[in-house]
Design a protein around this ligand. Sequence first.
Ligand SMILES: Nc1ncnc2c1ncn2[C@@H]1O[C@H](COP(=O)(O)OP(=O)(O)OP(=O)(O)O)[C@@H](O)[C@H]1O
Ligand SMILES: [Mg+2]
Length: 404
Amino acid sequence: MIDLKAFSFFNTLPSRELDKIKQISRFKKYASGTVILKEKEDVSDLIMVVEGQVSVIKTYGQKKSTLFTLDPGEIYGEVEILNGTKCLTTLIGYQEFQLIYIPKDFFLRLIGLYPGFAKETRDLYSRRGQILLEEGMSKSQLGKVVTFFNVKGGAGKSVISSNVAVMLAKYWQKKTVLLDMNLAFGDQAILLSLSQEKNIHLLTKAKQPLNIKRIEEQLTDHSSGLKVLLPPAVPELAELIKPEFVESIIEILKNHYDFIIIDTHNQLSDLELKVLENSDLIMLMMTMELTFIKNTKILLDLLGRLKIPKEKIKVVLNRAFKSMGLEPSKVEKSLRYAISHFIPSEGNIVVPSVNHGIPFVLSKGSDGSAILLSVRKLCARLTGEEIEKGTWNMFSLLKEVFGL
Ligand SMILES: Nc1ncnc2c1ncn2[C@@H]1O[C@H](COP(=O)(O)OP(=O)(O)OP(=O)(O)O)[C@@H](O)[C@H]1O
Ligand SMILES: [Mg+2]
């Protein structure tokens, strides 16, 4: 039985309304690759994803672009319903997925009755409306800023962010830049075998105002085609880098790169907050340990209070192995968040790659491995281009890589 309380979108509603939603809504299961709604069709219900993942795709002339994907607990349709328009996008679900259809009139009634719910919906509307109602591609053509974050160390932020960045640059041929925002003790120079001659500190000394040419003069080239902005050569210079300066770097890079991948330090100071505010996606990295789960839950609550939109945050479970001693579905319930990605533990591939300074996505030793597969899937979701009918959600990936 589906527990609607597990979905934070309904947080502001009393239990009796959740019971009513269950009674009057339709629940439907679909096979992977099913188109649920097409552009210009009527939207008569608010849709919520219960299981699986749904891609939201918009056509611009001849080109299709995946605007975002919906994980369990995320809704679709509020912009069309509140705006009185036909469907603005096409929705396709992946893996076996399940949806709830909440009738439009019932949804509008809830908005009228519960100010907290109305606010939640209005906030989502104002963020999404900008993207969905836009005619041209201008906004969606800007580079995507993807930040790997957690306040607890050792989740794999650095290792996974560098491998994702290298893969996007080399195999997807995306113009990609990696920012190492662990300004005092960043690891990217080591992970990618780069010299720190060029770095963000030297950029502060460049002639202002900043422009793309000045930024690129301080980017270091990696053999994969990736460009990297490295931290200052010595830790004591880190505090000279101000959050507003980093924000202006991100703003400029967005106009010139497809992806800005950001590795961060384990804290939530003004710098991290600025980075998170300027991110399109926050990959909240965690491992399957109780301490991580506890901290991640506190962090998710805090990000909510700081008004970081929920749909930006994707929980990534790293270093997963066959017998984790904890059920992923229980973790999702306790976090009130779906786990979006899953990366297996493969010390025999990761450790040598770190020690040699060669990302594992480039090394022969990782060919055919589960960790390579999972990073490829993560990149496929980021680019939105390879919409394969294969496995998307983490449970199916668990099955696939462990043969469960
Ligand atoms: N999927 C994985 N399988 C095996 N080992 C992993 C995996 N991911 C990360 N590791 C190992 O975990 C360690 C921590 O990873 P990493 O340095 O990327 O974490 P981090 O979140 O950046 O940590 P910090 O907060 O200290 O910067 C690394 O030594 C790496 O070898
Ligand atoms: Mg790190």
